[in-house]
Ligand binder design. Structure first.
Ligand SMILES: Cc1cc2nc3c(=O)[nH]c(=O)nc-3n(C[C@H](O)[C@H](O)[C@H](O)COP(=O)(O)OP(=O)(O)OC[C@H]3O[C@@H](n4cnc5c(N)ncnc54)[C@H](O)[C@@H]3O)c2cc1C
Length: 419
């Protein structure tokens, strides 16, 4: 079987790896990436326990390199105009996007994926005209949020694209944010905030976001990007602690973006199938796009190569993948939209609530917290209680790591406690 993945992001690379592994090297897999190696948009993405479990389950030899490149953020805080509120029991992992792509690309080459950089496939989305895909049994459109493959077959995929209201920029900062930090500051033009988490030892992601009213009120819509960065550094001086912001790679004259929500009615059209952001997007505030892209690739590889000696054939496998993943995505996209809409109403919420209540509302923005959690949130603001919760959380993290084979039971907990 010949599989061609258009796009060497997390979806395309992980599909390539698993297709090679699960077919026991029988599948010929080409991953074509239009960019040169080492090119990555954005700084870091967050990963949760579930995806780490899945990485260790599906590629136990490759997963440790991803885990080794990831950083632990062992707590979460909300800074409201200088007042710190703690969100207890929260932790996660984050990994530099460039580093993740490098690790995945190395693993893909190790398992025999034919990885071709600087190879743009059908930039207009018309696969019939591209020699690379002409004799492929499966073509995977893993070409990201602006997928030309999806756009070219818009009717077959039933694609709908809508925009969030807020404006954001995916900055980096030299400040090492160990707790995942949401910081909100009041300006003359309204509230503005960032989401920050570690990307590397001395680098963090710092996504700055505001409503359109604040954006125009501060003049960010017309200001030169460098001037905007200097202004934002001043606004966030107390939480950045004098550190600077770092421009996103390839920052043009207007780095401000609006989130693009992609929903699709079908992820397959003949032997062409979508995966990752090409098929669906979820607002960055739930930190899941990479995770979901990798989960798509796992499902697709498992349907194509079930590993039970029986291969169902391309079209039934793509139909099973489409049914399995699309059903799973719908509630996740609804939840991500609630989260996005919550951030669109931040100014009203901040003006009306005490910081502890506001932080609770942030924690419960997807509507998945109970009354007991609310009580816990209040007592988490007390230092000794928070310390107990931190220890319990660390123990939970160690158990998960042992469970997936990341560390041997005898090694716990010292190694993990260091992150
Ligand atoms: C501000 C922000 C913060 C985020 N934070 C997180 C987070 O914390 N956690 C998380 O899990 N996710 C996060 N995400 C989402 C995450 O970055 C994406 O969901 C993820 O990269 C999707 O992977 P993908 O492989 O589907 O697409 P991409 O990573 O976009 O990869 C697509 C690739 O296809 C290539 N390509 C496109 N067209 C062609 C062509 N014609 N030929 C060859 N190659 C082509 C592109 O160059 C690109 O490399 C965030 C996103 C944003 C914007």
């Amino acid at each position: 079987m010949k599989i061609v993945c258009v796009g060497g992001g997390p979806a395309g690379l992980y599909l390539g790896i698993l297709a090679r592994l699960r077919s026991r090297g029988r599948a010929e897999v080409v991953v074509a990436e239009r960019n040169a190696p080492g090119t990555a948009s954005g700084f870091a993405v967050t990963l949760g326990e579930d995806i780490l479990d899945e990485l260790y389950r599906t590629d136990p030899e490759g997963a440790p390199a991803i885990r080794a490149a990831a950083h632990v953020w062992d707590s979460q805080v909300v800074e409201v105009a200088g007042r710190t509120v703690h969100l207890g029991g929260r932790y996660g992992y984050s990994i530099g996007r460039a580093r993740l792509l490098e690790v995945l690309a190395r693993r893909a080459q190790q398992v025999g994926v034919d990885l071709r950089f600087e190879t743009a496939v059908a930039p207009d989305g018309d696969l019939t005209a591209d020699p690379l895909t002409a004799d492929a049994d499966v073509v995977v459109g893993a070409d990201g949020v602006n997928s030309a493959i999806r756009a070219h077959r818009a009717e077959a995929f039933g694609a709908r694209v809508s925009h969030g209201e807020n404006r954001y920029v995916w900055f980096g900062t030299s400040k090492p944010f160990r707790p995942f930090t949401f910081a909100f500051e009041r300006t003359d033009a309204g509230w503005i905030w960032f989401h920050a988490y570690p990307a590397a030892d001395c680098l963090s992601t710092c996504i700055v976001e505001c409503t359109p009213e604040t954006w125009t009120g501060l003049g960010l819509d017309t200001m030169a990007p460098d001037d905007a960065m200097r202004m934002l550094e001043k606004i966030f001086a107390r939480t950045l602690g004098g550190h600077s912001l770092i421009a996103p790679p390839g920052m043009g004259s207007s780095p401000w973006l609006q989130f693009r929500e992609v929903r699709t009615m079908s992820w397959r059209d003949g032997n062409v199938v979508l995966a990752g952001d090409a098929a669906h997007t979820t607002h960055f505030a739930i930190g899941s796009g990479t995770v979901l892209a990798v989960a798509d690739s796992i499902a697709l590889a498992e349907e194509l190569f079930p590993g039970d000696g029986h291969e169902p054939g391309v079209l039934p496998a793509l139909a099973a993948y489409d049914a399995r993943r699309r059903a799973r995505m719908l509630p996740i996209q609804d939840m991500a939209r609630r989260s996005m809409e919550w951030f669109e109403t931040v100014p009203r919420r901040l003006d009306a609530a005490d910081p502890v209540d506001f932080a609770w509302s942030l924690l419960d923005r997807r509507g998945d917290q109970g009354r007991l959690h609310r009580r816990l949130h209040d007592v988490t603001q007390v230092d000794p209680v928070r310390e107990v919760r931190r220890r319990l959380t660390t123990a939970r993290r160690v158990r998960r790591a042992v469970g997936r084979g990341e560390i041997a039971p005898a090694q716990a907990p010292g190694e993990l406690l260091q992150g």
